[in-house]
Design a protein around this ligand. Structure first.
Ligand code: TYD
Length: 209
């Protein structure tokens, strides 16, 4: 373990169908190959309590927009306290599939609650804890929908299954977030071969390594 490298909290974000899960695995492997102790995790979920909330959110029930945002924030509070912070404190890197920016884009932007309302919940639930770097995967317009429609959507969850205009609003909200915080965000072109995308992700972490 190279001593000079401080533990970092990195999140991967994006709308539906951008290849995030595949890239998360590939990026984790590439970072481990560099000798990093790395914890892979995801939201909603990533701790026993948050995984219990995940099934309430994605499969069980239609919540009001406010209740939905509160449940995501509650899951995140548990995840930060019991998984993310302890890992960082022992010196491990944490790579997380989605985090608060998903709540801001989905519940705040597409869901209509507003960015600030969701940030306030995060302030209360997780003391406003933010990633060191957020990698936003982005495809040219129309490409994500084409990929998503080619997939078997039998397992689509309650949020992934929302209509196209909801998901366009999610993508627009992510764009705004990335523009507002250029230090933390890196927008990564998710088109082309998977290995090329992974190389772009890794390059966007180079200054932290
Ligand atoms: P998941 O199966 O993890 O989907 P994906 O592969 O797209 O990441 O399901 C998570 C779903 O929940 C996804 O549609 C995005 C949504 N979501 C929110 O609406 N708000 C949030 O804060 C998070 C973390 C996820």
């Amino acid at each position: 373990m190279p001593e000079a490298v401080r533990a970092r909290f990195v999140t991967l974000e994006g709308g539906e169908g951008v290849g995030k899960s595949t890239q998360l695995k590939a990026l984790a492997a590439a970072l481990r190959a560099r000798g990093l102790d790395l914890v892979e995790t995801r939201e909603p979920g990533g701790s026993p309590g948050a995984e219990a909330i995940r099934s309430l959110l994605l499969h069980d029930h239609h919540w009001t927009p406010e209740a939905e945002a509160l449940l995501f924030a509650a899951a995140r509070a548990d995840h930060v306290a019991t998984t993310i912070r302890p890992a960082l404190e022992r010196g491990a890197w944490v790579l997380c599939d989605r985090f608060v920016d998903s709540s801001i884009a989905y519940q705040g932007g597409a869901g209509g609650l507003g960015f600030e309302a969701v940030r306030a919940l995060h302030g209360f639930g997780s003391h406003g804890f933010l990633p060191d770097r957020t990698l936003l995967l982005k495809l040219p317009e129309g490409e994500a929908e084409r990929r998503a429609s080619g997939r078997d959507t039998g397992g689509a969850d309650l949020i992934g299954g929302r209509d196209a205009s909801y998901h366009r609003n999610v993508v627009d909200a992510f764009d705004r977030l990335a523009k507002d915080e250029p230090e933390r965000f890196r927008v990564i072109d998710a088109s082309g071969a998977a290995e090329e995308v992974t190389a772009r992700l890794l390059a966007a972490l180079e200054d932290l390594l």
